[in-house]
Design a protein around this ligand. Sequence first.
Ligand SMILES: NC(=O)C1=CN([C@@H]2O[C@H](COP(=O)(O)OP(=O)(O)OC[C@H]3O[C@@H](n4cnc5c(N)ncnc54)[C@H](OP(=O)(O)O)[C@@H]3O)[C@@H](O)[C@H]2O)C=CC1
Ligand SMILES: CC1=C(/C=C/C(C)=C/C=C/C(C)=C/C=O)C(C)(C)CCC1
Length: 297
Amino acid sequence: MPFGNLFRRTWSSTDRLDGKTVLITGANTGIGKETALDLAKRGARIIMACRDMEKAEGALKEVIEGSGSQNVVIKKLDLSDTKSIREFAETINKEETQLHILINNAGVMVCPHGKTADGFEMQIGVNHMGHFLLTHLLVDLIKRSTPARIINVSSMAHSWGTINLDDINSEKGYDKKKAYSQSKLANILFTRSLAKKLQGTGVTAYSLHPGMVQTDLWRHLSTPQAAIMKMISPFTKTSVQGAQTTIYCAVAPELETESGGYYSDCAPANCSSSASDDDTAQKLWELSCRMLSLSWD
Ligand SMILES: NC(=O)C1=CN([C@@H]2O[C@H](COP(=O)(O)OP(=O)(O)OC[C@H]3O[C@@H](n4cnc5c(N)ncnc54)[C@H](OP(=O)(O)O)[C@@H]3O)[C@@H](O)[C@H]2O)C=CC1
Ligand SMILES: CC1=C(/C=C/C(C)=C/C=C/C(C)=C/C=O)C(C)(C)CCC1
């Protein structure tokens, strides 16, 4: 048994999601795929939003076979392109009558410098801006599906980051770790703002750290870093274990009256002081709206 199991909390519940529709970004692998499988077993309709349809087909097969549910679909979504996000959201708004749980899970970590189709630095662009736009485009459907939840998969890496409001795209110098941490801090600040703005609507919002999980997220590590990662692997989580806090935020009945919080190991957790800064949260919201040419109060 990996040593990690000794200090890790897992969550067991038999709560069902029959009649609920769940949308998960980055659902073809890792935490997203395990989340899809678990929630399909609970009876939910699952929309797996993936950028690579070939990988998505394989994951769809696994989720259908593993859950025994046929109520699972794949849809194309590339979060590094606002055109793709808008087309995807248009399809969802047209085809779905309700959306009860949105799980903003997709992410990219410490990649070489790159830009999205709209010129955003890749990590802030995919991890924050893409999900900000997606949530904006789906929020009316979510509001018509209450009680409903929005879940943003963040990371403990948020605590090593700051929001650089004057240079959110790291144009003055790209540090891949800082850019990742900034994007994960943005996930928590976005969640806090969402919770405030959605107060009284029946839509609640949560952010979380899944743990250190053995997934493709680590694909950009150097060879020596990957070797160290392998050495510490007994202390890390499997994808199934890494999905537990997301599943908890999606399902736990006791969270229905909570909103805006940050979770880890299936329990409320402390985030950094920067992640509790409502002034920065509001400024990030306004900057995101400006950069995406949105009006969203
Ligand atoms: N693993 C860990 O230790 C930790 C993970 N997290 C967070 O958990 C979340 C899930 O990560 P994890 O499962 O580990 O990583 P994976 O790399 O296994 O999964 C990430 C998913 O995001 C997708 N994705 C990446 N870029 C885009 C894009 N432009 N458009 C659409 N989808 C995209 C990937 O697609 P594709 O397969 O095509 O690349 C993949 O499906 C992330 O938000 C990550 O930051 C947080 C803390 C620790
Ligand atoms: C110190 C050190 C490592 C550990 C990094 C850690 C602990 C990263 C945690 C990142 C998280 C939590 C990211 C998810 O969002 C490596 C890269 C393995 C090898 C090089 C030296």
